[in-house]
Design a protein. Structure first.
Lengths: 111, 118
């Protein structure tokens, strides 16, 4: 059974704070690591698809890094804004070509 | 671009009835669509992979006669929960992978359907 874990489970920060979350995944049979942002009552929105060890991707104030050898990815948000409040999901794509999701990190940014 | 719609967003039905959920890719073609289920405070769990023009591939423990999947075109997949019972109450969400993106399995999600069976 593949295990994808995210921490923390939830996070409450003030506007302007920078924050980061962790996604841990199996270090073998790695194909890709996906990050999604999921606001309540909306579709999960794809943030990044990461495939190479050492990869770093950036989209505005959000960035992600990938370490496939040790099996973790970090998602960073610089200068959090209330509109960043959402659940952030990671998903591991392994040898079976199916996404295995973590339970998500729920972020709340207060004004 | 890459919008996926799902209908209905919410359904309440009586035990024993069947419920059909539609998943459409609005601005791209999707050879492959996926159906997930989410229990409270749990992660999205893949139920089945739906391939256009062929039978769906079900995950272990998912009853194919209970959850009927049809992927008749490159933009539409349907999930029918047959003879629904209260234990089928859950959040169902679909995703679609654009044709030609099999290598990294990029998926675009619908907004989900909340099913409540009384």
């Amino acid at each position: 059974i593949l295990n994808v874990e995210q921490s923390p489970q939830s996070l409450h920060v003030q506007e302007g704070d920078s924050t980061n979350f962790t996604c841990s995944f199996p270090s073998s049979n790695f194909y890709a690591l996906h990050w999604y942002r999921w606001e309540t009552a909306k579709s999960p929105e794809a943030l990044f698809v990461m495939t190479l060890n050492g990869d770093e991707k950036k989209k505005g104030r959000i960035s992600a890094t990938l370490n496939t050898k040790e099996g973790y990815s970090y998602l960073y948000i610089k200068g959090s804004q209330p509109e960043d409040s959402a659940t952030y999901l990671c998903a591991f794509l392994g040898g079976f070509q199916k996404l295995v999701f973590g339970t998500g990190t729920r972020l709340l940014v207060s004004p | 671009g890459a919008v996926v719609s799902q209908h209905p967003s919410r359904v309440i039905c009586k035990s024993g009835t069947s419920v059909k959920i539609e998943c459409r890719s609005l601005d791209f073609q999707a050879t492959t669509m996926f159906w997930y289920r989410q229990f409270p405070k749990k992660s999205l769990m893949l139920m089945a992979t739906s391939n256009e023009g062929s039978k769906a591939t079900y995950e272990q423990g998912v009853e194919k006669d209970k959850f009927l999947i049809n992927h008749a075109s490159l933009t539409l997949s349907t999930l029918t929960v047959t003879s629904a019972h209260p234990e089928d109450s859950s959040f169902y969400i679909c995703s679609a992978s654009p044709s030609g993106r099999a290598s990294d399995n990029e998926q675009f999600f619908g907004p989900g359907t909340r099913l409540t069976v009384l």
